[in-house]
Write a protein that binds this ligand. Structure first.
Ligand code: ADP
Length: 469
């Protein structure tokens, strides 16, 4: 673990497994309440000096961190593939995406502007200024071991906050490598701390600590609700990036080959384990047969295997329970009349947690995979008759993170984007995530935004100053 710029080890450890081989590759300290508190002590002590620095000063250290991550990108990506499973090329893409948040916020930190406000009295002057919230806690998932950390600590550190971070227990190695590079970049003691270990102990310690003024969490809706309740006692600011259930609508006039390429990328990257992955596909009935035929052909090109091997495009799932959920969703869909177009089974011939990329035709809305996030490589395809019907079915869910639609009619595109109850809309685009745009969900998919100037606001408090002359 990395606390107060020192490496901390414990006799009690957690083993980290490679999901492609099920072999143990490393172990990290099994930290708990004590280490969680040590990290807050360090971050709290570091805050006044870090917050008082100029934005340009903080920016130059962040910039250095960005450059070091790019310098070591291949090493980080290899480590990520080993602990998380995603193919090396995809891991390299994540490292670059992760680094881009640090680069972007290093610049954006220089633009934290306030306001002057017209007064109600001639002898008064009114201002609103923005200040860092203080110590922030970030709790991150295993599906993006680097980017979910930098998307939170990039803006936080640029704003002048200090941070305590708990990476997912499956993927702490990438997080610790980022910490090593932050040390080399020259962050002062205690500005960034990484605690590995028991989620509940560490989470509870941070929730109950009134010095932690903000919690940013990415993970399941279920855990997000627990943390939201826990944050109430100390009224912490909250950002929650929770589960999704993304619909992908293909209109009759869509450019089919672009739609197919986009749905393959959106559905199968990270073996379907991203919160913005397409979870259900709605295709206009007139083009269903043609869509299915092109989709089947494209999915046939995908290669499942260990992500360190060349040409592999789909790695293993993270663990046994992930495979279990996929199997449950596929069995349920078949039981309800779904037609296996491709895949549909556990790849037993391989030693890791593999599942074949699967397309299910004739999907119906009563299937589990049409109602909840599968978080695996399964694409159920249903048909629709009118666009209103497709939008209503897309919106009929408690989730509202990402939604996709393909059409060449500009009016229809705008209408669809306005009617979908989602925080992120990909119109003729299956990969909308970038550091400069606001990412986040409606409904039970979350609170707050990450990315862009919106993402910076999450780490700032507004202070109104009324000056009498
Ligand atoms: P996923 O399904 O993606 O693993 P989780 O919501 O279970 O998502 O986990 C996301 C992160 O939240 C992980 O770092 C995990 O350790 C952490 N976590 C899980 N349960 C709790 C809890 N009760 N308190 C704090 N953190 C938790």
């Amino acid at each position: 673990m990395y606390i107060n710029n020192e490496w901390v080890s414990l006799a009690d450890t957690i083993e980290i497994d490679n999901p492609a081989t099920k072999e143990t590759i490393a172990s990290v300290p099994n930290g708990g309440k004590t280490e969680a508190k040590d990290a807050v002590d360090a971050a709290y002590a570091a805050f006044p000096e870090w917050a008082a620095r100029t934005a340009a000063d903080r920016s130059s250290i962040l910039r250095k961190w960005f450059e070091l991550i790019i310098r070591d990108q291949e090493e980080i990506a290899t480590l990520m593939t080993k602990e998380q499973g995603k193919p090396f090329k995809e891991a390299l893409g994540e490292v670059q995406y992760a680094a881009s948040f640090i680069e972007w916020y290093a610049e954006e930190g220089k633009r934290i502007y306030g306001e002057t406000i017209p007064a109600s009295h001639p002898n008064k002057r009114l201002f609103a200024i923005k200040q860092p919230v203080g110590v922030i806690a970030a709790i991150t998932p295993w599906n993006f071991p680097a980017a979910m950390i930098t998307r939170k600590v990039g803006p936080a550190l640029a704003a002048g906050c200090t941070a305590v971070v708990k990476p997912a227990k499956q993927t702490p190695l990438t997080a610790l490598k980022l910490a090593e590079l932050s040390d080399e970049a020259g962050f002062p003691k205690g500005v960034l701390n990484i605690v590995t270990g028991g989620a509940k102990d560490i989470g509870d310690a941070w929730l109950s600590d009134s010095r932690v003024r903000k919690l940013s969490f990415t993970g399941s809706t279920e855990v997000g609700k627990v943390l939201m309740k826990g944050a109430a006692d100390t009224v912490k600011k909250l950002s929650l990036e929770l589960g999704g259930h993304a619909p992908f609508i293909v209109c009759e006039d869509a450019d089919l080959s672009k739609a197919v390429a986009a749905v393959v990328a959106s559905k199968f990257r990270n073996a379907g384990q991203t919160c913005v992955c397409t979870n259900r596909v709605y295709v206009h009935e007139a083009i269903y047969e043609e869509f299915i035929s092109q989709f089947k052909e494209a999915v046939g090109q995908l290669k499942v295997g260990n992500g360190l091997e060349e040409n592999v495009t789909i790695g293993p799932l993270i663990d046994d329970s992930a495979v279990g959920k996929v199997k449950e969703h596929v069995a349920d869909a078949i039981g309800k009349g779904g037609q296996i177009i491709s895949g549909g089974s556990y790849s037993n011939e391989l030693s890791g947690y593999y599942y074949q990329p699967t397309v299910i035709g004739k999907a119906t809305d009563d299937m589990l995979c049409m109602q909840e996030e599968t978080f695996g490589p399964v694409a159920p395809v249903a048909t629709f008759k009118t666009i209103e019907e497709a939008i209503n079915r897309a919106n009929d869910t408690p989730f509202g993170l990402a939604a996709y639609a393909f059409t060449q009619n500009i009016t229809q595109a705008i209408q669809i984007s306005e009617k979908l109850e989602y925080g992120i809309i990909g119109l003729n685009d299956g990969m909308p995530s970038v550091p400069q745009a606001p990412f986040g969900g409606w409904k039970e998919s979350g609170l707050g935004r990450e990315g862009g100037h919106h993402g910076m606001e999450e780490y700032l408090e507004v202070k109104y100053v009324s000056l009498g002359l």
